[in-house]
Design a binder for this molecule. Structure first.
Ligand SMILES: Nc1ncnc2c1ncn2[C@@H]1O[C@H](COP(=O)(O)OP(=O)(O)O)[C@@H](O)[C@H]1O
Ligand SMILES: [Mg+2]
Length: 260
């Protein structure tokens, strides 16, 4: 279904080139504006309005940003957080990545926040204790909310084993903006896949507190989407098929349409 993926890559390169060119034009415009006569910049500035954002040194939430609905109208889509949860090896990263490419091919603005990557940067000071896992999810929930509020379809791929932590992210978002995607894959399959050898290490006692082995995974009980590992014939479903199911969901629920 999305097996045309490798053919998309040259196009992705071209898009990047175009955006760099645009940025350069933008910088050029700024430069000429600074050095330009006041009448030229006056004409440009007459299209702007100043916004009072209050005392920025005070820590208080201030409204004043362009409203989300307006950004969504510009983008022709609705901002949302697609929160992939499931055991290690359940295919969160693979399906999220396949979906992101499929959305990009349809001209959608997306971002993908992936557990491993975020733990290299923003959350590199956090470990795997229950407390640190909660803080990990809280931070990523806040970041994903910022993206969704900007109208971006935000794909988030974290084991996020505790229901309470996932629910507190859900509670931070407007109704309909948090889409829980449960990768319902039995642990035996995840353990067979074990691409990073983590289950093997956990079974050998070399990793403590490993989800599904000696730390619990709490299944969602009201996930918007449940990605079953098997089809009706008992065959494992491919990442392309799972991503296609998610595209259908997004289309059916109106996420791929802006406000009219
Ligand atoms: N639907 C699928 N069918 C078969 N193998 C899959 C599927 N999804 C993922 N995989 C494979 O399983 C392994 C784990 O996938 P990954 O996306 O890294 O899981 P997670 O991010 O949940 O830890 C990878 O080797 C990947 O190629
Ligand atoms: Mg992953």
């Amino acid at each position: 279904m999305f097996s045309a993926l490798p053919r998309l890559l040259p196009r992705a390169g071209a898009a990047w080139g175009a955006s760099v060119a645009l940025q350069q034009q933008g910088l050029g415009l700024l430069g000429s504006q600074l050095g330009s006569s006041s009448s030229a910049s006056g004409a440009l500035m007459s299209t702007f309005s100043a916004y009072d954002v209050g005392q920025s040194s005070n820590i208080k939430w201030h409204e004043g940003a362009v409203p989300t609905a307006e950004k969504e109208k510009l983008l022709g889509q609705k901002g949302a957080v697609l929160w992939f949860t499931g055991l290690s090896g359940s295919g969160k990263s693979t399906v999220a990545c396949t979906l992101e490419h499929a959305l990009a091919a349809r001209g959608r603005a997306t971002t993908l926040l992936d557990g491993d990557n975020i733990r290299h940067g923003l959350n590199k000071n956090l470990g795997f204790s229950a407390e640190d896992r909660a803080e990990n999810i809280r931070r990523i929930g806040e970041v994903s909310k910022l993206f969704a509020d900007a109208g971006i379809i935000t794909l988030v791929s974290f084991i996020s084993p505790y229901k309470r932590d996932r629910d507190s992210v859900r509670a931070r978002l407007e109704p309909g903006k948090f889409v829980e995607v449960y990768m319902k894959v039995p642990i035996e399959i995840c353990e067979q896949r074990d691409p990073k050898g983590l289950y093997k290490k956990a079974r050998a006692g070399l990793i403590k507190g490993f989800t599904g082995i000696d730390d619990p995974y709490e299944e969602p009980d009201a996930a918007e989407v449940v990605m079953d590992a098997y089809d009706a014939q008992g065959k494992q479903r491919s990442p392309e098929v799972l991503a296609a199911e998610l595209i259908n969901f997004l289309e059916a629920k109106g996420y791929l349409k802006g406000h009219s």
